[in-house]
Structures are given as structure tokens and as C-alpha cells.
Design a binder for this molecule. Sequence first.
Ligand code: B3K
Ligand code: ZN
Length: 874
Amino acid sequence: MSNKTAKYRSDYRAPAFSIERVNLTIELDDVATLVRSKMRLSRRTSGALTLDGEQLKLVSVQLNGETLDADAYTVTDKSLTIDKVPDQFELEIVTELDPSANSALEGLYKSGGAFCTQCEAEGFRRITYYLDRPDVLAVFTTTVIAERERFPYLLSNGNLESTGELEQGRHYATWHDPHPKPAYLFALVAGDFDRLEDHYVTTEGRNVRLELFVDKGNLARGHYAMASLKRAMQWDEERFGLAYDLDRYMVVAVDFFNMGAMENKGLNIFNSKYVLAEPASATDWDYVHVESVIGHEYFHNWTGNRITCRDWFQLSLKEGLTVFRDQEFSSDLGSRAVHRIDAIRVMRSFQFNEDAGPMAHPIRPDKVIEMNNFYTVTVYNKGAEVIRMLHTLLGEHKFQLGMQLYRKRHDGQAVTCEDFIAAMEDANQFDLSLFRRWYSQAGTPEVAISQSYDAATGELHIKLHQQTPATPEQSTKQPVVVPLLFSAYNQAGERVQLKGASQVQQHESGSQLVVLDSETLQLTFNDVEQEPVIAWLENFSAPVKLQTQLTTQDLELLLGHAEQEVTRWEAAQQIYLAALRESVAQQQPAVLSASQIDALRAVLEAPLDNGLKALIFALPSAEELLEYYPQQAPLAAIEQAVDSLAQAVAKALASEFNRCFEALEARADDLSNKAMADRALRQKCLYFLALAKPHQFNEVVEQQALIQGNMTLQQGALEIAVQHQLPCQARVLAEFEAQWQDTPLVMDKWFAAQANARHPDTVDKVAKLLEHSKFSLRNPNRVYALLASFSRNSLRFHQADGAGYRLLLGIIKQLNTLNPQVASRLITPFMQWRRFDTSRQEMLQDCLLQLQQVENLAPDLEEKIASALASDDT
Ligand code: B3K
Ligand code: ZN
């Protein structure tokens, strides 16, 4: 067992030393890389100097030019301590490390033939001994040395100062980054790439050289990322008034990467999945994600790099805010409703689940053992929802005033979430004292709303109530500030303004706004002519669960008439969920009434965005439905409910789906928003058609799967063939594999389609695919495609015989040694063990206990397992 101890937010102390500048010389070698670090340090408080360092071989230490004897310092597996140091001094440390042995992909490692780095959160300490914490900001100068032939490109942060030749076929490049930065933003890349170059002139007149580096032969797949980068630069200038601050911006795509991408100053390193895109091999979904991740990392240049975090508990300061910014970027450029719905689905399918489980934490955690475990949907996505609530409360103009003050006060500093809120508050004289609870309280608040109407007086009374269930280590909760956007409709489906309640304001979105900031609130509206239907929590204006008294007729009215597009989608979701829950309760197939079917039919014919229509016909998954059964989850009944609802929709609307499918063109080479929306709806129609009439549509699906040139169409057909077990399934899978076996990112779609299948033989198929020559546990993308997909396939993962559990357990054990961060991501479904029946609980608990016994258990897993096994007494 590892012995990493918990750190607490309340224990923060400023660093004992500061580092003004650091000069790194890195001589790259596959197995013995030499790192020479020369630093200028100054004392801030008394005591010894302790530097962080892990998995390093210490070669030598010099203080002010004198080599230190071994008894002048202490080395442990985590640190280097020098007892006596002056107030100001030069320190030179030489270390050696083995990048080839680094399968955890943290620190300096090899991705294919290239060297690259990942330092956030605490990876820099695997490169050299350092004060590896985000509040130590230094100016970095980095010299990279390597063989010229294998590594023609030598890159690091900032501006290129000099290059030259060295003996034995080696060369060097020296980079200087003038912006003081924490070590987690350090980056180095060395390799042989194809390079795409472009330019962008900022509003401040800076001519920025943009460079994109991809594996040889992939240049054509880089253009979309480059165009996205320029759109992101322009958008940040226009919407936030923020321009780029260096002469060079580089993006490198690598195949081995634990997450999406990393915002290293001036040198972003990306998972190739979020860079490479061309229509033949990337889906519309891939294009959208390339643009949003390119945007996200670029936006970090201000929210994260220029203004960074004081400590890692403040991670949401940069991540929540930057996710909010990338969501707004995508929404301003594409369909706002479609992007909003995507974000809502992430919250409901993943974040609510995290909030209800043993690892529930506030967006600003109080206690952390392994920091890598806190790059979560809570910190990122709920963090972005908290920023969005501020935006809703203040409005765009005041929100931007707050951003301006935040920048003015804190540019160049490492700050806290509190500093951000204070800037928003001070710029607008807006009291956010209660709002701060969103930062300290974990769990998903539940809001219940009831209404009563008095026709005689024309008064409408509304009662609002909130409560947040207990979470581990937080048994009592306080009310939070819940901005509720709402719209009222009369029985004719016309929007009406409700009047007379002083707590209600008109909001710039067109909805009305009331802020619930106590446990209960009562509103009285007057002069109300007839009882209205009210859509509450429009646009998901707060990350809460909502309970209302809306009837199925009310929901049909909103589905057909709501002015806010997201509200229409929400109404459809509520209709489906009611049918699904009834089906589970009765253990009978799900049914939709004739009027519900009429309302859905009308959607297909309405003049709405096709992307929105496609989402309205995305039925809730088994995973979303599981949320409603926190105990003794009735898996078999859920499976029947989900299947029968899809059948009911498919059968009732078969001819409409057919008409719609026939009318929509696939337009394989068109990447406009309109063409993407059309393809999304076309895919939904074909999904239902192949379900209702598998024999009739088998050939259509097969033909579409064989079309080359548009991956959205090809993958869409592959998914339908596998999900519905169509007769063409085997052929489609075989052809796809033959065509794409040498394109790993496309093979991931092939792995995932099979791991997502709901058919009972899925576990066996996944087990077999582990042996596939294109699968490797060492590559995180492969693992996520096959195994994370499988672990989210609740019905198959939780199969009664425990085969799904055993399969994943074996994988996690192997990944514990190979790549703990990836192992830790896969453990999520085990964490929910208490939600199932006794037999499954026993099997799941047994898996956790077995994992706990694994020799050299990584802290990433240890922290999660301990919380999963301990959490029943809260
Ligand atoms: N900041 C990085 C995440 C680093 C994760 C380290 N385990 C990517 C991002 O959020 O932009
Ligand atoms: Zn980020």
C-alpha cells in the first residue's frame, strides 16, 4: 500500500522560498535523459529547503557553485531537503530519468517516437527536483538537446532564442518564456513531425506565428484544428477583450495522452483525437470536439496561465471558468440550444452521479489525497454551471465588468476562487455572500415547486422549497442560491408575463427570473387570467434536480409551444421519463398516449433546427434512468422499459421517420452547422426505422456503412447495425475493420461500438477484443474506447453472473502498475456498489476488497477504494 497522506485546503501555507528564474538543459535519451536545472532562489520564511522529486536519480547538487557532499542533503522517494541554505542563492541540480519506462504518461515520456511532457498537476517533479506547486512562478529558459536525425523539432515554452549543432549528430534549441509561470505549465516536445504554419494578427497588432505539429503523413487532418484556433483567438478578443501575448503559439498532437489536451504556455500538447479531423475519418461529433478543446486550451492562456491557481484546491478557478468560456465559444459559433443540451446531459448523466456517490466533493474540494483524482465533472462541469449562474444573475455586461476587474487585480498572480468571486462582487456592488456556498458545499440540491391558482381572485401562488441531501463528510447542508429562469404559458400556448411578485425580474434571456436563496419562498402573482403552465429552471439555470407538478398535458403544451428551444427538449425528456418510470413500476412495456405521440409527431414537422429535433428524439438511456433508483436498482425492469419505449416511438412514428429520412440529404462533404444538424436527424430516423423494420432497413444500413468519405454516416450505420443486431452486422464490422485497421482513432470507434452493444454476448466480445492486434492497454485512447465504454454500458457491465465485474477488475489490476490515472478513471462503476441488489453488492464489494489488497496500489486507486468502502455511515 502506498502511504500518500491527505492534504487539506485549510492547511495552505505560502511557499518558504521563491524561484525567480530557472534554466533547464535537457539532454534527451530514450533511457537516460539528463536534466540540469539552475535556479535562483530567495528565502521567504525560515527553515530548510525541501524540493519535490519523484522517480529521479540524483546525480549532483551545487549550491552557489560548490558541490554539496551527500551529508548536506537528504533524499527520499518524494523529496530533496537541503538543511542549510542562505537567503539568496543559486542551486544547480543534475538528475537522470528514464522516459521509456514511463507508462504512466506523467512527467517526461515517449509517445511513439517523440518525447513529450505532461506536468499538470504534479508531473514536473518527475523531471527535476523543484518547488512543484502552482503558487511558485518563475521565468523559464529551456535548452533541449537531442539527435538531429530522429528529433528535428525541439520545442519548449515561449520564444525561440537560439539553435545550433553539437557533436555526435546532436543539435540544440534554447527557448525563453518571458511570462513567469508555475512548473505545471512547463512543456517540452522533441520529434519528427509534419508542420502546418499560419498567422494571426491580434487586436493589439501582434503578428502571432501559429504552428501545428502532427505525425508524418497527417497534415491534411490538421487544417480544421488550425482554423478553429484562429476562430478561438478572434472570439476571445471580441467577447472577452482578451488577446494573445506571445509571438508564437504551438500545438502538438500526440497519440499517447491521458486526457484531452494541456494548455502549456505557448506549447499546447494535445491528444491527437482532438486535433486530427477530416471528413472521411472524423465524425461531426469529432469536429465539434476538436473546435471546443482547441478553444478550451487557448482560453486557458488568460484563465489559468496569466492568472493561475494558488493551490490545487482552487482548480475550478481555471477549469470551471474555462469550460464556461469554451461552452460560450461553441454556442456563439454553432447552435446554442444544442450545445446547452449537451452540457445538461453531461451534468445529469455523470455529475449528479458523482454528487450522489462516495467521492462527492464541492467544486472547491477541502481534502485531496491524489490530485489527479480531482479533474472531475464536478470541478469542471459543475464548476462551469456555477460560473453560468453568476452570468445569469449579473447579465453579460456586468459579468464582463467582473472579468475586467479580475484581470486588473490579478494578472500575473496565483489566486483563489474567493479572489474571483470578490472581483465579481466589487465590480458590480453585488452581494455574493450566500452564493459562495456553491464553492463549499457538495451534493445536488433538490428543488420542489408547487402552484395553486384562485380563479375568483386571479391570484397564482407558487411555493418553492430546496434541500440538499447529505454527502460524505458533509451531513448538514445550507440552502444555496438558485437562480430560476422560468416562462409561463396560457392554455393556447402563448407566453404570458406573470406580474405582481416583487421577487421576480425580467431576464435578458427573455425568461423571467426568481432567485431562491432560502429553504422556502412563496410568490404571489396577480391579475392572472387563467391557470398558466410554467416551465421552471429554463436553460437548466442551476445545477439542481427539479420536481414540479406539471401534468403530461402541460408537458405536451411546452413541447409544442415553448419559445426557449431547450425547454421543448426538456418537456420531451420529462414525457419519456414518466413513461419509463411507470414501465419500471408496473413491470410492463412502456407506453406513450396518443396525444403524446401527436406532440412528438408535430416536432418532426415543426420549423425547428434539425439538431434540436435529433436531441428531442434521443430517449433517456438506461444510465439516466438508473439515477432514479438509488437503491436496489431494478436492472431488468430498466432494460425492458428502455427497449420498449424505443420500440413504441419507432412503431408509432415509422412513416414520419421514413418521410423525414427520405427528405434529408446526407451531404457527405458539407461541414456546415446545417449539414451536421441534418445528418444528426437523419441518423435518429434511421435508428428508429431499423428498429421498427429491421429486415426492410438492413440493406439501407449496410449500404450507408460502406459509403466512404464521411465518417458520420459510416459510424452511424455501424452503430445501428451493432445496436440492433441487424443481419448485416458481421459484414459491416468486418469491412470497417479492414478499411480502418491502420487508423487507430477510427479503430476506437469500432472498439467502442462493440463495447456499447446491449446484447448479452457483449462481455465475451470485449474480452476477445482485448486480444486484438490493434488494442493495447498502454494507449489511453484504446482503453477508453473499449473499456470505459464497456464500464458505462450499465446493463452489460452489471450482468447478473458478475462476468463484467471480473473483466474490468482484471484490467484495473494491470493498469494499476501501467497507468494509475487511467486505472482510476475506470473504477467509477465500482464506486456505486451500494445502489444494487444484495448479490451484485457482494460481488462489487469483493472486487473493491481485492483491489485494496493489490501490491503497490497506486494512491489514485487507494483514495477512491477507501472512500467507496467507508461511505455507509454518512
Ligand atoms: N488542464 C489540463 C488537465 C490536466 C489533468 C492532469 N491530470 C487540461 C485542461 O483542462 O485543459
Ligand atoms: Zn482546462
